[in-house]
Ligand binder design. Structure first.
Ligand code: ATP
Length: 235
């Protein structure tokens, strides 16, 4: 089967600093991949590089559904079916919940996800549609960020640390919704600090350390020690 996202020899830079070194991986249709690694390992840079938000990168191959995307603008990549829920949510703070969601629709394409389905997925948001997003709790804002991304109707949704700073019950609610998102055939890449959660939701994990892939495969194929060693390294 052809991969949905194919990444070969991806290198990323911030000026003289190299943040990713020869990263190879692919994501199949409907698959869930978790990217793990300690602070500064390069997880956000990886997501931002493949979605075209970080431009200081090069790759031998970077393709989405068979089309080369390394020269495409981030907005074009969204329209082609790959959307990031960024770390820190990055909502449009002067706009209401519904306006934020609607922007997702205009940036992406038509499909299963529309306003009423987002409200069905996150019923809490229904009563808050007219409110400025700044008046919402962190958990509610995270729902808006996910809703906005889903409104683009991606084939591949990337989520960068969506549980950061949220209460466990809120995190559980957000992860429960992944089942429905994936039920639509959407593939997902999550960056997750909680390794236990990453291992429990992902079909495959990728562990980064110092910008390089240390381990990649089905969670069940590794022992705890192998994962810890890939994550922390052995000095
Ligand atoms: P965290 O869990 O802390 O978010 P991460 O695994 O997502 O970490 P990145 O944020 O991708 O890691 O950072 C990878 C490397 O690139 C680090 O060495 C970091 O200091 C560096 N870096 C990230 N953003 C910038 C930037 N805007 N300018 C310079 N260096 C950066």
């Amino acid at each position: 089967m052809k991969p949905l996202l194919h990444v070969e020899d991806l290198n990323a830079f911030y000026g003289d600093l190299q943040a990713l070194f020869g990263v190879d991986f692919s994501v199949g249709e409907g698959e869930c991949i978790a990217v793990i690694g300690s602070n500064g390992a390069g997880k956000s840079t990886l997501l931002r590089s493949v979605t075209g938000l970080h431009r200081g990168r090069s790759a031998k191959r970077l393709s989405l559904a068979g089309a080369e995307i390394s020269q495409r603008a981030a907005s074009e990549i969204v329209a082609m079916g790959m959307t990031l829920v960024p770390e820190g949510r990055r909502l449009f703070s002067s706009l209401t919940v519904e306006e934020n969601l609607t922007i997702g629709r205009s940036a992406g394409r038509a499909g299963y996800w529309n306003l009423s389905r987002i409200y069905e997925l996150f019923p809490t948001l229904l009563e808050l549609g007219g409110r400025p997003v700044t008046k919402l709790s962190g958990g509610q804002q995270q729902m808006v960020a996910m809703g906005r991304a889903l409104m683009t109707n991606p084939n591949l949704l990337l989520c960068d640390e969506i549980s950061l700073g949220l209460a466990p019950v809120v995190v559980k609610g957000i992860y429960d919704n992944f089942a429905r998102v994936r039920g639509q055939g959407t593939a997902v890449i999550i960056v997750e600090q909680d390794i236990g959660r990453a291992l429990s939701v992902a079909d495959r994990i990728i562990c980064l350390r110092k910008g390089a892939v240390m381990l990649s495969g089905a969670p069940a194929s590794f022992t705890r020690n192998q994962i810890a060693e890939a994550y922390f390294g052995v000095e």
